[in-house]
Every structure is written in C-alpha cells, then in structure tokens.
Ligand binder design. Structure first.
Ligand code: NAP
Length: 299
C-alpha cells in the first residue's frame, strides 16, 4: 500500500461497518481521515469525527459515500440512531476542484452539483468490476442462507440458478464446485452455452414450469417477476427460494407463503456476511482509481 501524506484528506460520509473499514484502510495509509454519520463504536482511534458535512469535507481530496448510495435529494445513507445527513450545494462547494466523490450511486442533486463544481463522481455500483468482486460474498452468503434452511447438503442437491449475469455466474460456479446438480435458467443462448461449459444443465424460461418440481433450492438473481404464481404452483412445497435480486426481488412471496414454500429476499449480502471483505473490495477499487488518475503513487 502506498503511504499518503497527512494533508491528503479523505472524508467518509455515512454508511455502515463497511464505511468504517474503508476509513481504517486510509487511516493506516497515513491520510487525514474525517468521518460523519457513521457509528464509530470503540473503533474511532485516529479518525476525526466531525459535526457537519462541511467540516468533514473542507479541502478533502476524496469523499467516500456509502455503497447504499446518496438519494436524489442529497440524503446520505446513515445507520440507525444516527442523525440524518443531507448534502447541499453549499456543502459540496467546500471541496477543491477535481476532488473525487465515490458512492454506490450519487443521486441527481450530487451529480448535477458535481458537474457545476468540477468534481469527479465515481458510482461504484455502475462498475462491472465492482459487481463481479461483490458477487463473491453475495454467492457465499446466498448459499450459506440456503444451507441454514435446507435439511439436505448442497452436495447432491438439485439447485436452480435464475439469471446468469455477474451474480448468477458466481452462484452457479460455487454450487458446481460444491457438488450440486445445477440448472441455470437464462434467456440468452450464449449464457446457456457458457453454463453448459461450466457443467450445468442450461435451460430457457419456457422449460422452467415443467422442470421446477425437481428443484430443492432456487437462487434467483433476476430483478423481474420470474417466480410468479403460475411457476411456483408447479414446485414442491419443500422448495427453498433465496432471492438475491434487488427489492422487490423476482418472487411472488405472498403466493409462496400461501402454498407453504419458504422464500426469502436476501438483500445486501456482502455487507452482512463479509463486511471486511466487502470493505476491502470498495477500498481496493477506490485506491486503483486514484492510482490510475495519478492522485496517489502506485502501491
Ligand atoms: P446482471 O449482471 O445484470 O445480471 C442480471 C441477469 O438477469 C442477466 O442474466 C439478465 O439476462 C437476467 N435478466 C434480467 N431481466 C430479465 C428478465 N426480464 N427475464 C429474464 N432474465 C432477465 O446483474 P447482477 O450484477 O448479477 O445482479 C443481479 C441482481 O442481484 C440485481 O438486482 C442486483 O441488484 C442484485 N444483487 C444483490 C446482491 C445481494 O446481496 N442480494 C448482491 C449483488 C447483486 P440478460 O443478460 O439476458 O439481460
């Protein structure tokens, strides 16, 4: 890791344990790290806790906002029992021109203001590399959730993975490695070819209703209603569904509950099951971006 000088100021705004871990990475590199809107617990040594966003951001070269993102009105995600934090144009104007704002997503107000103030915004959740790295703790967490709910091992079970994007591929790969009989359901022929290459059975959606009764567990990664009543109605009642897709997921949860199928929406798995790994993923991407931009020396 490169050493940063103490006049290299990083401002960490809001977030959860991941933001705290990111703050500690920069602190260990020697930077001046200011924080606000974050539950510091007993881990505050060396971090400068600020009372206002302006105090935290004055002269900062880098701002790190939560992976949950900044809302369109400038509201920054903060934990429970933490006073709300809303960024205004006046707050952002204390940053020097060319300063970086890293956020899951930055929201309309920050994007517009950043344009006017010549600030660089990097939205991590729009990056492919972030999604692929993040798929590792997501897949592990999803399979952990399934293991806690299934009366059988993953090895030898019949697992379906719906969707074969960044998350679906990693879930399928892990299931195959654990010895599950894995079926990938994908609409794209090239995805089905890749799934076959990975030793999965690959099918398109029209075949799902006829085959779903084979499934012991289904991992859904598609943010569209793919497990509707017509499909779920043909599944066994001991099926377990772990739905990873963003809220509201792709499952008719009310219908699943009505017919006795255990279906759970599993949001935010990286932060829940592996907060330190999730934080390292964020910190590494920020460091790599700053290196590429010549802001910090290569590590
Ligand atoms: P992705 O790379 O875009 O993959 C999405 C997959 O869904 C693709 O295979 C896509 O197929 C398929 N799909 C989308 N709409 C579809 C439809 N209407 N019918 C059939 N297939 C459809 O996304 P990702 O990064 O894997 O993320 C997937 C979801 O998981 C997102 O909602 C994301 O927010 C969520 N996520 C959750 C967690 C968690 O902790 N729970 C972690 C990471 C991601 P095509 O390529 O053919 O469009």
């Amino acid at each position: 890791m490169p050493r940063l000088s103490t006049d290299f100021t990083i401002s960490v705004l809001g977030g959860d344990r991941r933001s705290l871990e990111v703050a500690k990475v920069f602190l260990n590199m020697g930077a001046d790290v200011r924080v606000i809107g974050l539950d510091l617990g007993t881990n505050a040594r060396g971090l400068r806790a600020c009372r206002t966003a302006r105090e935290a951001m004055a002269g900062a070269r880098v701002v790190v906002a939560p992976i949950q993102g900044i809302a369109d009105d400038g509201r920054v995600f903060t934990g429970l029992n933490i006073p709300p934090l809303v960024l205004t144009e006046e707050d952002l104007s204390v940053l020097p021109r060319g300063a970086y704002i890293f956020a899951g997503l930055a929201g309309r107000r920050v994007l517009e203001t950043a344009g006017r103030l010549a600030l660089e915004v990097v939205e991590l959740r729009n990056r492919d590399d972030f999604a692929i790295y993040n798929s590792i703790p997501s897949a592990e967490g999803a399979i952990q959730m399934a293991m806690e709910r299934l009366p059988i091992t993953i090895h030898g079970c019949c697992a379906f993975v719906l969707g074969f994007g960044r998350t679906g591929i990693t879930v399928a790969r892990l299931l195959v490695a654990m010895g599950a009989d894995t079926t990938v359901v994908a609409r794209n022929a090239a995805d089905r070819a890749r799934a076959t290459e990975m030793r999965c059975r690959a099918i398109d959606f029209p075949r799902l209703p006829a085959l779903i009764s084979e499934a012991d567990v289904i991992f859904n990664t598609i943010p569209a209603r793919v497990l509707d009543a017509a499909v779920l109605g043909r599944a066994r009642r001991d099926l377990v569904v772990i739905d990873l897709a963003s809220d509201p997921g792709g499952t008719d949860f009310a219908f699943a509950a009505e017919i006795g199928i255990l279906a759970v929406l599993a949001p935010g798995l990286p932060g829940k099951v592996a907060p330190v790994t999730a934080a390292r993923i964020i910190a590494d991407l920020i460091l790599r971006t700053l290196e590429e931009k010549g802001e910090i020396p290569p590590g």
